[in-house]
Design a protein around this ligand. Structure first.
Ligand code: G1P
Length: 297
């Protein structure tokens, strides 16, 4: 421990246009869509804190108001709940107020994930930092972060989280070319390749540890897939030449990933989260089973 500069910053991009969810995301970011009664972004912010990051930077976009309000104190609501004696809801709001320093910066126009991460340059400065994509939920994430931080401590450079996906899904992700040494080493990455161009079935899930050199690479990264500046392309530049910023490693872990940015995945996530709830779960599950039986008739 302690061989590498400490990791304290976590950057959470939540600045996409959310076009797949229009019109719901016209005025609110997709990361504010609720999973039952908690917005997706709150899960990700809580994950960053429990992984040990103490300085969080939310990258917001054109409709940032709701995101910022969500993490601000709300004295009027709190007073009302207090007056009603609703301790449970009051507690859930106060939990949000206790979140340590959460900063925000606005990405001027949605030019892609790489450009969003670049807006963190001034805040993060010359330190290594984590990136957690605001619409990707990972469960359980503790073990994943523990492994990522361990690999970072040992080798420095960058560390990515990868997950094996079927052939039919490689075109949805950044895909890694890896070799297996003492740890998994990344040599190249391709953003959303066709099956024929995919170097493996190992997909980037939305968790990264990046070295600050990524910022100068991003400044010189031209637009890639979808006409956007891709974070994957910038990391690929580092992976191809370890002289720039050390090696790029990757870890895989037995985790589940919920993509809340895609409508079908979002619906599945809401149903699963609802069935697991202690308060709503039993009644919801009973209803759901009956509903499904009805569909089969
Ligand atoms: C982004 C990244 C992609 C990564 C994915 C994980 O894509 O560009 O490399 O695999 O997140 O969720 P997006 O889902 O924003 O299109």
């Amino acid at each position: 421990m302690g061989k590498q500069p400490p990791l304290k910053h976590a950057v959470i991009p939540a600045a996409g246009l959310g076009t797949r969810f229009l019109p719901a995301t016209k005025a609110i970011p997709k990361e504010m869509l609720p999973l039952v009664d908690k917005p997706a972004i709150q899960y990700v912010v809580e994950e960053a804190y429990s992984a040990g990051f103490t300085d969080l930077l939310l990258i917001t976009g054109h409709n940032k108001g709701a995101l910022i309000d969500h993490f601000l104190q709300s004295p009027e609501l709190e007073q009302t709940l207090h007056a009603r004696g609703d301790q449970e809801r009051l507690g859930s709001l106060q939990k949000l107020n206790m979140l340590p320093s959460l900063h925000t910066v606005r990405q001027e126009s949605a030019r892609g994930l790489g450009d969003a991460v670049l807006t963190a340059a001034e805040h993060v400065g010359d330190s290594p930092f984590a990136v957690l994509l605001g619409d990707d939920l990972i469960e359980p994430s503790d073990l994943l972060w523990k492994k990522m931080v361990q690999v970072y401590e040992e080798f420095g450079g960058c560390v990515l989280a990868l997950m094996e996906v079927p052939d039919s899904e490689v075109s949805k992700y950044g895909i890694a070319k890896v070799t297996y040494e003492s740890e998994m080493r990344v040599h190249d990455l391709v953003e959303k390749p066709t099956k024929a161009d995919a170097p493996s079935n190992l997909a980037i899930i939305g968790r990264y540890i990046l070295s600050p050199e990524i910022f100068s690479i991003l400044r010189h990264t031209s637009t890639g897939k979808g006409g956007e500046v891709q974070l994957t392309d910038a990391i690929a530049t580092l992976a191809r030449d370890e002289r720039i910023a050390g090696p790029v490693h990757a870890v895989t872990a037995e985790v589940r990933r919920f993509d809340t940015g895609d409508r079908l995945s979002y619906l599945k996530t809401v149903v699963e989260f609802a069935t697991r709830r202690e308060d709503l779960g039993p009644e919801f599950t009973t209803w759901l089973k009956g509903y499904i039986r009805g569909l089969n008739d």
